[in-house]
Design a protein around this ligand. Structure first.
Ligand code: ISJ
Length: 283
């Protein structure tokens, strides 16, 4: 018996992982797989990962096979600070443009399609590439980066390009938050190991609460050692992200899924968000 936990390899997921008692979870036969979102999404769909953070888009693609864990997400109300379209031209002039998309993402690449095609009525072409701004912009007019790649690129070359925060654009057009990552578990795993998934879920919740209570301080001290940057920047970044998944966050996600279905980017409508009734957790 083992449960494999997917761990998004970006700083934005850290509040849920920083305080996990990994030794205890490992003694309970849990193991951890760190990867970028797109790879975790695929692994979870293939049954190679059981539970963890995935792109919210990947939940929509697998909503009949996955169950969402309540009160956990990576969401922004407005600018997210790590999902940027870097462009050689102003966004409104991107009609006919060639856009390079990071291969790490699922939510943000689809959010970009909503922004360009639905909000701005632009027709563009897309190529998926490994995230490397300089290489992406050799033959493309604009590129999308997410996570720590985007943070670094903004810091290094942000002033040389037009730079658009997709969380900001989404909020301005809809008045709704955007949930980039959700926490989900495969239905089969939930049926087989409800009490272990309960333990994993409570650990995520506790880590999130501890991170929020001490204002991410210890976590940011460590990030400064591993990633560099300024304390002020990371303070702002984490204070700005919402880690809840309540009514308003769900409303934003419902609307995102609805637009993607109408645009043909989701084959099936997501009728309901299937959220685990945590009250039923088996101790
Ligand atoms: C805020 C971010 O959210 C991430 C974006 C994701 C995506 O675009 O698929 C998936 C998981 C999130 O952790 C980010 O990485 O910048």
């Amino acid at each position: 018996m083992s449960v494999i936990i997917g761990e998004i390899s970006y700083t934005n997921i850290l509040p849920f992982f920083y305080y996990l008692d990994r030794d205890k979870l490992q003694r309970q036969q849990c193991s951890f797989v760190p990867q970028v979102p797109a790879q975790l999404n695929q692994a979870m769909a293939a049954g190679k990962i059981d539970v963890g953070g995935i792109s919210s888009f990947a939940y929509a693609e697998n909503s009949t096979h996955f169950t969402l864990l309540p009160n956990l997400s990576v969401t922004s109300y407005g600018p997210v600070g790590s999902i940027f379209l870097f462009s050689k031209k102003p966004l409104q002039q991107l009609g006919g443009a060639k856009i390079a998309l990071t291969s790490s993402s699922a939510t943000s690449v689809n959010l970009l399609k909503v922004v360009l095609e639905h909000f701005y009525s632009l027709e563009v072409s897309y190529t998926t590439m490994t995230p490397d701004l300089k290489k992406m912009l050799v033959e493309h007019d604009a590129c999308l980066l997410i996570g720590d790649d985007a943070i670094l690129a903004k810091h290094e070359v942000g002033k040389s390009y037009y730079c658009y925060d997709l969380g900001d654009i989404w909020y301005k057009h809809t008045g709704l938050p955007m949930t980039f990552a959700v926490f989900a578990v495969r239905n089969e795993t939930l049926n087989e190991h409800p009490s272990l998934i309960g333990a994993v879920y409570r650990s995520f919740l506790e880590s999130k609460k501890m991170s929020e209570t001490n204002q991410y301080e210890l976590m940011i001290d460590d990030i400064l050692k591993t990633h560099g940057g300024e304390k002020k920047f990371w303070d702002m970044y984490f204070q700005n992200l919402c880690n809840d998944f309540g009514e308003q966050e769900q409303k934003g996600l419902d609307y995102f899924y609805e637009l993607l279905f109408q645009m043909g980017y989701l084959p099936n409508q997501v009728k309901t968000l299937n959220i685990w009734d945590a009250a039923r957790i088996v101790e």
